[in-house]
Design a protein around this ligand. Structure first.
Ligand code: G4P
Length: 327
């Protein structure tokens, strides 16, 4: 699996034990150059973000790299994200005059619309070229995104066969090939690898929750405890249902995240001699089930214009939300 760690220069932790990444300027400049070189070849950029974390999985620098070239933001893994918040994100991007579409590259949902939108965005450029007397050619596009966001899955889905194999270093390229996509454009068979931007510790946290930063690379304890806290604050009903945490009348979930982790571990029988809960197994279980959408379908990054949408979600599924405490 592609991993941000392999794309990074160094993985570090903040004073609170949360993962963060150190990028060396030389490495960054090289990656930027490689991406820029590929960008010159295409009419449209398909920027893939993770629908659960559209902020943490994007790189704001891309806007500057792309310049005036048309861009389509693709919210991938929509099957794992909150449908209402994904809709709100698409509306938000459109309100900013940015084309956007939600897809599930694994199952193929949304792909037809993606193809249609890409062809439409590219048409402006190719029509202009033809008007200037250039020979007609199919519009060209490329896929860009951070490791593990689903670039290869999307290219394979579009190409209809196993084709793309992303290298894990930002911007790395090999010999270029084009795949003709039925419905209107040529796609560079190799995705461009972006890096996430780590100014905000929340970014590292959200990338860890969703598995973009692999668990082997970090200490998962502070990450899982934060995640448990977030779930309890926002979606306690989902936790109770998933782990059958029957509580006595009027009782609520433990306020302490370690206690809650242990309650879940006990319920799942992750016990050692003497009835001590095996933290490691319980943490792995929680991360696995969270990432697979088994506890619920959540979006961790909210659109700037719709901070209340998380609460509506929680109310809809009966959790009864508290304020949005996303850390
Ligand atoms: P990358 O090229 O950007 O690094 O990402 P890649 O396509 O390798 O996808 C990373 C993981 O995300 C893969 O899972 C892939 O199956 C999964 N994935 C991609 N798109 C979607 C989607 O829309 N929905 C869901 N639920 N998953 C998606 P993996 O566990 O690494 O591998 P595998 O399970 O496919 O073997």
């Amino acid at each position: 699996m592609a991993d941000i760690k392999e794309a990074a220069d160094a993985l570090s932790v903040t004073s609170e034990g949360l993962p963060t990444i150190v990028w060396y300027p030389g490495h960054m400049a090289k990656a930027k150059r490689l991406i820029s070189d590929n960008l010159k070849l295409v009419d449209v950029v398909i920027e893939l973000v993770d629908a659960r974390i559209p902020v943490a999985s994007a790189n704001p620098m891309l806007k500057e790299l792309i310049g005036r070239k048309p861009r389509l933001i693709v919210l991938n893994k929509m099957d794992l994200a909150s449908p209402a918040i994904t809709k709100a994100w698409v509306s938000y991007y459109r309100s900013q005059d940015i084309a956007a579409v939600a897809v599930d590259a694994a199952q193929g949902r949304g792909i037809k619309e993606l193809v249609k939108l890409t062809a439409k965005l590219a048409a402006g450029k190719t029509n202009r070229l033809e008007n200037k007397g250039a020979k007609a050619r199919a519009p060209r596009a490329m896929v860009l995104g951070i490791p593990n966001v689903g670039k290869s899955s999307l290219i394979n889905r579009l190409a209809g066969k196993v084709k793309a194999k992303a290298e894990n270093r930002p911007g790395v390229t090999r010999a270029k090939q084009w795949i003709h996509i039925e419905g209107g454009f040529d796609l560079l068979d190799m995705p461009g690898i972006l890096w996430p931007k780590f100014d905000d510790p929340m970014v590292g946290l959200h990338l860890s929750y969703t598995g973009a930063i692999s668990d082997e690379a970090i200490d998962t304890e502070p990450v899982v405890l934060r995640l448990i806290g977030w779930l309890r604050e926002n979606f306690s009903r989902d936790l109770i249902n998933r782990y059958k945490l029957e509580l006595g009348g009027g009782e609520s979930l433990p306020e302490d995240n370690v206690e809650l982790l242990e309650l879940i571990g006990r319920k799942r029988g992750h016990l050692e001699k003497g009835g001590i809960v095996n933290h490691d197994k319980t943490k792995k279980l929680l991360l696995k089930e969270f990432r697979a959408g088994l506890i619920g379908k959540y979006t961790l990054d909210l659109p700037p214009d719709k901070p209340e949408v998380q609460e509506t979600e929680a109310e809809n599924n009966g959790t009864g939300s508290k304020e949005d405490s996303r850390d």
